[in-house]
Design a protein around this ligand. Structure first.
Ligand code: FAD
Length: 475
């Protein structure tokens, strides 16, 4: 017979979103049950952000050896040991793992059930030997790689993000289907680790970002030797020889055949709704995800859904943001509504591509007249010293100077976009940025320079010129 639990909150899924809800609720002394059917930490720790950033770091290190001549150091082609690269990835995961572990959450006072959770009715979830009747439920079951129904795909071996980081062998030629952030990050990491790489994208690569910046990034990636084929649809896949693959594609009227030794499918994400019994609990969902109201409640008022499973912006920090909002709703009855316009994101290629707020096109659509301010890395002293001069910052402001969006392509863009996320959230004006002191020499200065340069046309006005002249003479 199953054991009945009646906590305040029952969370299904112990990934970025679910863990944050459970930890916050436990900190307030609320009784929480957390259900996880796979690995604690979810996609981010085990198959997503963490291993992908670890392999990118390995690739970046390998590339440093090749690019050392400009610093006066003899370049060498590094010897890459894939087994050891795999060891590095595992070690990084293992170092972070204790934060997300059953032991830690149990110590925080959370009841962790290691089983799959399924709704049996609108008020009940069963998991393992337990029947949970909670005051509120939070579904945080994430997403999985979407595998498109390409003829022949089921006849070959292929990687998704769930298997790629288990690889311990050198890859001869990796064919990546999908030119989104995951596809492009993995393409660069593998290229730098010595594999040949071709990316096939049905539309434009990195299409969610500003084309002015992505075109520079794609040129840089192509320059490193990654073949990126856009506007090309994969029509079928077959085995080639003993262990290879052949990908047939259509590009306009042309047929292309691309051969490789390994295949990575990175064609988007599908919400993890299977087996949840959503229909038993009157929770509506589509192929994109669980339908949520502005306050993240599902069509069952007792049940919230957060993170990737809602099909919106699929990032760890969004799952965490959602978690904070539902905690406010459940514990303090505050209606908290996510604001996607303040969510930043980063593609961790080198150079990195970071964005927050509205891009130029969306800002024009929303506000009509907007101004774009740019500053290039090649005019930044630190970037010159480190020979990382590719890219620029783009700031988008309204007529009254409020910053509504920022995009950065270049070294450390992922770190630098933090400041602009704050600026957009706080509706900071360009003159505020022009007035703060940025330490020299830092790459972050490009933002300040973009802001200051926007006031340059003012100095051409006769009255301002007279005032400047006066101040120079007598000031
Ligand atoms: C390769 C890759 C790289 C990425 N890099 C980044 C990055 O750099 N930055 C970033 O912000 N985001 C990144 N992401 C996205 C990020 O991983 C996700 O947005 C984030 O993990 C979503 O959190 P979540 O809580 O919604 O789901 P998850 O973290 O996936 O957690 C869901 C959990 O629910 C469990 N579950 C599912 N169904 C059930 C059930 N019925 N019962 C019990 N448990 C269940 C799953 O096993 C899983 O552990 C990356 C993703 C991938 C694939």
């Amino acid at each position: 017979m199953s054991k009945i639990l009646t906590p305040d909150i029952c969370v299904i899924g112990a990934g970025s979103g679910g863990l944050s809800v459970a930890a916050a609720a436990a900190a307030f002394g609320v009784e929480v049950v957390l259900i996880e059917k796979g690995k604690m930490g979810g996609d981010c720790l085990n198959y997503g952000c963490v291993p992908s950033k670890a392999i990118l770091a390995a690739g970046k290190t390998a590339e440093t050896f090749r690019q050392s001549a400009k610093f006066g150091i003899r370049p060498v082609e590094p010897e890459v040991n894939f087994k050891k690269v795999h060891g590095h990835i595992r070690d990084v995961i293992a170092t972070i793992e204790p934060n997300d572990s059953v032991e830690r959450f149990t110590a925080l006072g959370v009841t962790v059930i290691e089983a799959a959770g399924t709704f049996t009715d609108a008020n009940t979830v069963i998991a393992g030997d337990y029947e949970i009747k909670a005051r509120r439920f939070v579904i945080a079951t994430g997403s999985s790689a979407f595998v498109p129904p390409i003829p022949g795909l089921d006849t070959v071996d292929y990687f998704t993000n769930e298997s790629l980081f288990d690889n311990t062998r050198k890859i001869g030629k990796l064919v990546v289907i999908g030119g989104g952030p995951i596809g492009m990050e993995m393409a660069q990491a593998h290229k730098r680790l010595g594999c040949d790489v071709t990316v096939i994208e049905g539309a434009k690569a990195l299409a969610k970002d500003d084309p002015e910046l992505t075109s520079i990034l794609l040129e840089k990636l192509r320059g490193e030797g990654i073949e990126i084929i856009e506007d090309t649809m994969v029509s079928s896949i077959a085995k080639k020889g003993k262990s290879g693959i052949r990908v047939s594609c259509k590009s306009g009227n042309d047929e292309l055949l691309i051969d490789g030794t390994h295949l990575l499918v990175a064609t988007g994400r599908a919400p993890n709704v299977e087996g949840l019994g959503l229909e038993n609990a009157n929770i509506e969902f589509t192929g994109r995800g669980i339908a949520v109201k502005p306050d993240l409640r599902t069509t069952n008022r007792k049940v919230y859904a957060i993170g990737d499973v809602t099909g919106g912006l699929q990032f760890t920090h969004v799952a965490g943001y959602h978690a904070g909002l539902v905690i406010r709703g459940i514990l303090f009855r505050m209606k908290a509504v996510p604001d996607n316009s303040i969510v930043p994101w980063v593609t961790y290629t080198e150079p990195e591509l970071g964005h927050v707020g509205l891009d130029e096109r969306d800002a024009r659509e929303k506000y009509g007249k907007v101004t774009v301010h740019r500053w290039p890395y090649h005019e930044n002293d630190r970037a010159i010293a480190e020979r990382k001069t590719v890219g620029h910052i783009k700031l988008v402001t309204r007529k009254n100077g409020t910053i509504v969006g920022a995009s950065i392509l270049g070294a450390n863009a992922g770190e630098m976009i933090n400041m602009w996320a704050l600026a957009v959230k706080q509706k900071i004006k360009l003159k505020d940025v022009a007035g703060y002191i940025s330490p020299y020499p830092t790459m972050t200065e490009i933002g300040k320079r973009a802001a200051v340069s926007s006031f340059a046309p003012l100095t051409r006005k006769p009255l301002i010129r007279r005032i400047i002249g006066f101040l120079r003479k007598f000031g």
